[in-house]
Write a protein that binds this ligand. Structure first.
Ligand SMILES: [Zn+2]
Ligand SMILES: [Zn+2]
Length: 345
């Protein structure tokens, strides 16, 4: 009986122990769940923060790309405008000096002044429209191997926030379509010179000028004409001007074309009233009136010869004849006649 009781006691103890273990395990299970849940929550929170952070930084990065792209876009647009501004300045200067009949003392300096003024206006416009600070100025104008085209170099410096930009930009500016000021600057003191939208008509002015310079047959240039607008002759090589019985030369003179020439002045020097300069330049011809006479000699009709201190003679070259009314040029036999393929005329 005692043993039985003892056993019972033992059983009960065991039961109690089992219960305690069970309880203990149940408690552990609860804590464990809490810990796991907490860990998951913390993990989720960390993950959320990471995702959120990366999303924010991604957006910042995108904003940076957008703003750096648009900054570059605005600057590209600014640079695209430079040759237009510079061509406009070249045109303004030529118009102004033709109107005042007064040459520039230094065409590059005058152009810099006009262009820097225009750049300042442009920079203000860009600041107002895009809040971009741009400082710029013309630093050089250079002749090129093409006398109808010039290199304008502009220094540009710009800052916006974290971005900055500094560069010397080179742009090609041509003088095609602009007015040639040489005749009006040379003949401003002579009466009779006029011009329409495409050409100069000399009246008595050129003849008087040639007389004052000791040219014998100066009167052959009464009522002569020459181009006003710079246009590049397409008949290159020039020795083809005599082709087709002189038809190419007739077409060249009817259109008032200009030709590359080592002796003729470049456009920048023409603005200074020079007909010749040390740069590679261009020349055109002065067309005397149509005539029925033949075998005449007068001043060589290339503009850098006519408007110079060293006028030399040219022989008559008939490039078109309609019922005895001849279109002629006076050209030196070994120079311009050869250059333009008119030796047989
Ligand atoms: Zn030509
Ligand atoms: Zn020059």
């Amino acid at each position: 009986m005692k043993i039985k009781n003892k056993n019972k006691e033992y059983e009960e103890n065991k039961k109690f122990q089992n219960n305690s273990i069970k309880k203990f395990f149940n408690d552990e299970k609860g804590n464990f769940s809490i810990i796991i849940t907490s860990l998951i929550l913390i993990g989720f929170l960390i993950l959320s923060i990471i995702i959120l952070n990366s999303a924010i930084s991604q957006e910042n990065e995108n904003n940076e790309i957008v703003s750096s792209n648009s900054y570059q876009y605005v600057l590209d647009d600014y640079i695209r405008n430079l040759p237009l501004i510079q061509h406009e300045a070249l045109e303004e200067l030529s118009e102004e000096l033709i109107e005042n009949k007064r040459p520039c003392l230094d065409s590059k300096r005058d152009l810099k002044e006009i262009i820097d003024g225009k750049l300042n206006e442009k920079n203000q416009e860009y600041y107002d429209n895009y809040h971009i600070q741009i400082n710029s100025s013309l630093i050089a104008i250079e002749n090129t191997s093409n006398p109808f085209s010039y290199k304008f170099k502009t220094h540009i410096f710009s800052v916006k926030g974290d971005y900055s930009f500094e560069r010397i930009v080179s742009s090609d500016v041509d003088c095609i379509g602009l007015k040639d000021p040489v005749p009006i600057l040379y003949l401003k003191d002579y009466h009779g010179l006029s011009y329409n939208e495409s050409s100069y008509n000399y009246g008595n002015s050129l003849s008087e000028f040639l007389r004052a310079n000791g040219v014998e047959n100066h009167s052959f240039y009464i009522d002569a004409n020459s181009p006003l607008i710079i246009r590049k002759c397409p008949y290159d090589p020039y020795k083809h001007h005599g082709d087709d019985n002189g038809k190419l030369m007739k077409n060249c003179r009817d259109n008032g074309y200009y030709h590359e020439s080592r002796d003729g002045a470049c456009y920048l020097c023409r603005l200074e009233g020079k007909s010749g300069c040390e740069h590679y330049g261009f020349e055109t011809f002065i067309n005397p009136q149509k005539t029925i006479e033949t075998g005449r000699v007068s001043a060589c009709g290339s503009d850098h010869v006519i408007f110079s201190d060293d006028i030399y003679p040219g022989v008559e070259v008939i490039y078109n004849d309609e019922d005895g009314l001849k279109e002629i040029l006076y050209l030196d036999p070994h120079g311009h006649k050869v250059k333009y393929g008119m030796s047989g005329f």
